[in-house]
Design a binder for this molecule. Sequence first.
Ligand code: NI
Length: 136
Amino acid sequence: MIYLTRRERFNAAHRLYNPEWDDAKNLRIYGKCSNPNWHGHNYELFVTVKGEVKDKTGYVINLKSLSKLIKEKIVEEIDHKNINIEVPFMKDRIASTENLAKAIWEILNGPVSELGAELHCIKIVETENNFVEYYG
Ligand code: NI
């Protein structure tokens, strides 16, 4: 079994905010991450797939195809956007990196299978100190 990872990057704005709470409680729970006027991150997205090497290509997956898939389904939808208000796949979800990783998994899981590999991990680096990994 080979594990293979493609990195893509995007930047986006967000605010950690639970609509069930007022601003004061959001501020108490999330601190400055709940700033009503948003803040942004330069995110790094690592998509790891696994599978066997195909005899005919020597590949687990065609990385060009994987990159194209991630760009079309994820990066185009989120890059230079506000995650809370203009990213369809994050609608009605708190704009945390955890939820972002889960949403991206849901979107890529099927299409990665169609490319002949299995999705293994979605890793998102939000800051140099914080990153999330989701294994489905
Ligand atoms: Ni943030």
